[in-house]
Design a protein around this ligand. Sequence first.
Ligand code: SF4
Length: 267
Amino acid sequence: MWLEANESTTPWRVSVNQLKTWHKCQRRFELHHLRQLQWPSDPSNFAYGQAVHTLMDYQSRDLDCAPLLAVASMQVQQAWQWLLADDTCHWPVIASEWGFTVPAPEHSLLKNAVLVGRMDRISRSPDGVVALIDWKTGTAVPKDPVNDWQTRVYLYALAEARSHLGLNETPLDAIKFRYVAVKNGIRHTDVPYSEAFHDETRERLIEALVAMATATCYPLPETCPDRYCGYRKVCGIENTEGLEASQGLASERTHTNASVSSQPRAE
Ligand code: SF4
C-alpha cells in the first residue's frame, strides 16, 4: 500500500505519467513508480522534442535563436519555420516552461499529495482567453483530449494556481488548453475549460488518487496494452498469455474433436 510506505512527510508527487500508467496497467505502475525499476532511455529519442521546446522557450523570452538554429537538424529547422508561421507562438506570453507543484484535491487520504508537471507555455489569445499551450513534437495529440489526464491535470493546476500567475480575475471559462501538433505543418486542438469541468476533474482525481494510495495489489490487465513495454519479461504477462494460448489451443482441439465426432458417419 502506497500510504504505508509513505507515512513520512515527504510529499507524494503525482505526475500525469503516473496517472496514465495507473489506468493503463497497474502492474507497470507498481514496477515503474513504486519499485522504481526504471530502464535507461536513449537520449537521442528526445533530442528533436527538446530542441524545439528550447527554441520556443527562447522565442518566448525574445532571446536570439540564431546560434541554436545554426547547429539544429533539418527536422528542427523545419518545425521552427512551421511554428513561426502559426499565430499561436506570437500571442503575448504569460509564462514559459512553467513548472508547477499544486496540492491535490482536498481529501483525508491525500494530505501529502501534490500534482507536478511543466507547462510549455501560457499565453493570452487575441480574444482574451488564457491558453495553456502544449507543443506536440514526439507523441501525438491525445485521441480523446477532453478525457486525457494531461489536459485535465494541467488545466486543473492552472486554475488552482491562477494567483501565482497574476490571473486572479480570470474565470475558468476564459481558460483553454491548446495542443499544437508539429508534424507536416501545424494542427491545433483546443479544449475549453469551465467550472463544471474543474469540478469533474477534482472528483476524478480524488477517485484515482485514493485508489492508487490504498491499493494493496497491482494486478495485470487482461491483455497487455503496450507490446513495447520494457517490463514484459518480468511482469508475468507472458505466463498469462502462454496459459491463455494453451487453453485456447486445448479448447480448439476439443471443439475440433467434437465437430469431427458429431459429423455423421459414412455408412
Ligand atoms: S508488459 Fe504489458 S502487462 Fe506487463 S507491465 Fe508492461 S504494460 Fe503491463
